[in-house]
Design a protein around this ligand. Structure first.
Ligand code: TXA
Ligand code: MG
Length: 346
């Protein structure tokens, strides 16, 4: 495995990256590591190549894809306007886990944008992704490299589990670092609008540009989401999942109670918790996804934990909620979706 953080020149598998870039240029499907999650890429100017992404993932065609570039200067070849606020965000956060929605020039394949007049663009910071994108020369459309609806892959084995036989090349870059997807911000208007919380926090965005609006679809799950992808059940393990929210001691007590209850009813119970609380539970499978005192570790371990419940045949999951600040806001967004909105407040 190539450790993340290694410079492109030092990559032992540089040849593999070159082969992968050739494969992309020829219209193939390449899974590659980014600093957030693994992506399933195809060249973004070929409708045919992009169509294979939707087929491999089982993804609805009305959910548009992010295009990835290896160089900030490429932006002007594909978007038709770059408002000041977008330029500011690019300077502050690229390369990195931030995706910007901008008006496009019409030279990207129509199935990338699902027919919208905007395109989502990001420049990732992972050295393997950057090397691949620079060698490919053109933007690469890439959603997360999981079957649609499943938790996003944070290591090559997850990609293999979901997509073996459905892609041409899988580049193994070890574990990704951030663990949740990029933050998606619509910068087509004067005030940036957060469409999906992710690796860059709302607090960091606000520090950089002053004010960020939260999309109504994020604030009220019942209103129509503006990011088309947000309407599908996502990031979900196979088990029935409940998120338990409230004051810490009450949450722990309720999880213990509900867990014991479910086990008596013959369910195989999983508890999604943190290092701090793991020894307070007895259930079939207890997984700490990180440390509560280190929110980044929780984001990093989240999807791996959800996949482990599936691998161990758990059919009922109880998950601790987190205070919705910083990266925990993004974690909670994913947990709500994984639980399909099933929240217990205590
Ligand atoms: O971290 C990430 O963003 C990963 C890695 C591989 O880069 N990619 C990823 O892609 O998460 P995907 O396809 O799973 O999520 C893309 C999100 C969806 O919520 C989609 O609806 C939204 O971006 N999106 C794409 N194009 C859009 C557009 N033109 N307007 C609004 N939202 C858009
Ligand atoms: Mg995804």
């Amino acid at each position: 495995k190539v450790p993340a953080g290694m410079e492109p020149d030092e990559l032992k598998n540089r040849e593999e990256v070159i082969r992968a870039a050739d494969c992309l240029r020829q219209g193939g499907l390449v899974a590659f590591p980014t600093e957030t999650v693994y992506g399933l890429g195809a060249i973004a100017t070929s409708e045919q190549a992009v169509a294979q992404i939707f087929a491999a993932k089982g993804r609805p065609s009305d959910n548009p894809l992010i295009i990835h570039i290896g160089d900030k200067d490429q932006l002007s070849h594909w978007v038709s306007e770059l408002p000041d606020v977008a330029g500011k965000l690019v300077r502050s956060f690229w390369p990195g886990p931030l995706t910007l929605v901008l008006p496009h020039q019409g030279n990207i394949a129509a199935n990338v944008t699902a027919g919208l007049d905007t395109v989502a663009v990001r420049m990732p910071s992972h050295p393997v992704a950057l090397a691949l994108l620079q060698l490919a020369g053109e933007p690469v459309a890439a959603p997360s490299a999981n079957r649609s609806g499943r938790p996003s892959p944070t290591e090559a084995a997850h990609v293999w589990h979901d997509l073996a036989g459905r892609l041409d090349i899988l580049l193994d870059g070890g574990e990704t670092g951030v663990g949740v997807e990029s933050t998606v911000v619509d910068v087509t208007g004067e005030i940036p609008v957060l469409l999906r919380p992710g690796g860059i926090t709302v607090e960091a965005l606000t520090r950089a540009v002053g004010h960020v609006e939260i999309d109504a679809g994020l604030k009220q799950e019942e209103s129509v989401p503006r990011s088309p992808g947000m309407k599908y059940r996502h990031y979900a393990p196979q088990a029935e999942m409940w998120l338990v929210e409230g004051q810490e001691e009450h949450v722990l007590a309720r999880i213990r109670e509900l867990g014991a209850d479910a086990m008596r009813r013959g369910r195989k119970v999983g508890i999604l918790t943190t290092e701090e609380h793991a020894d307070k539970f007895h259930a079939d499978v207890v997984i700490p996804c990180g440390r509560r005192s280190d929110p980044l570790s929780v984001a990093r371990g989240l999807y791996q934990a959800l996949r482990t419940f599936d691998a161990r045949g758990v059919d009922f999951i109880l998950a601790e909620a987190f205070p919705e600040k910083g990266i925990f806001y993004s974690v909670m967004n994913r947990l709500r979706k994984a639980a399909d909105g099933k929240v217990i407040r205590v």
